[in-house]
Design a protein around this ligand. Structure first.
Ligand code: GRF
Length: 202
């Protein structure tokens, strides 16, 4: 399945998707970044994946920016759009155009801790467990239907940095697996935002 990956930064999730692409039936046609200096662009370029970096400052509307990304997606006939640390809120038009085709990974056990600084917030809330969630993207920020989650224990000596590292390692295992479910046609998002997995509602 042709896919486009959207990033903003380091791209360690992108790397795990690149490393697993063959075995998860994914062709990464292009990596798009909203940050010109995202390290993930180097990771993609290193293995010959076309990259597009869009300079946010050159666009005066959110939709105008997203329309550039839509051109890339449509040009490659991508059937899956993978957000991997993409830190920009997508426009409603973008989300509705590709409804059911956009996946995101978020570093918390949603619905707990949508938004930023999730690791510190989990520690501050004295949570015993933390983790990551893969979900379909809908217009509700970090609020789309959850497909799967992975958890880690929060130890008394954990700080935001050690916790982030533990969670990221789990993200790298989780995300390619869920992408494969999608590329194999095992996952579908219904209009009512319910998910079908292997023919069953989950
Ligand atoms: C990850 O924690 C991911 O869950 C979140 O942003 C971070 C991206 O990290 N959406 P990386 O760029 O993949 O290393």
């Amino acid at each position: 399945m042709n896919g486009v990956v959207l990033i903003s930064g380091n791209g360690s999730n992108l790397q795990s998707i690149i490393d697993n692409a063959k075995s998860i039936d994914l062709k990464i046609c292009c990596v798009v970044s909203n940050k010109m200096d995202a390290f993930g662009l180097k990771r993609a370029a290193k293995v010959g994946i076309p990259c597009v970096a869009l300079d946010e400052t050159l666009f005066n509307s959110k939709l105008g920016f997203d329309q550039e990304i839509m051109k890339v997606i449509d040009n490659y006939q991508a059937e899956i759009i993978i957000l991997a640390g993409y830190m920009r809120i997508l426009s409603a038009d973008f989300i509705s155009k590709y409804s059911g085709k956009i996946l995101n990974i978020h570093p918390s056990l949603l619905p707990k801790f949508p938004g930023l600084n999730t690791h510190q917030r989990a520690i501050d809330a004295s949570e015993k467990k933390h983790g990551a969630s893969v979900h379909f993207v809908t217009k509700d920020l970090d609020g789309g239907p959850i497909i799967s989650q992975v958890s880690v224990n929060i130890d008394s000596k954990d700080d935001a940095k050690t916790l982030a590292k533990k969670v990221l390692e789990k993200e790298h295992e989780l995300y390619p697996k869920i992408i494969q479910w999608y590329t194999q046609g095992r996952l579908k998002l219904l209009r009512n935002n319910r998910i079908i997995f292997d023919g069953q509602l989950i």
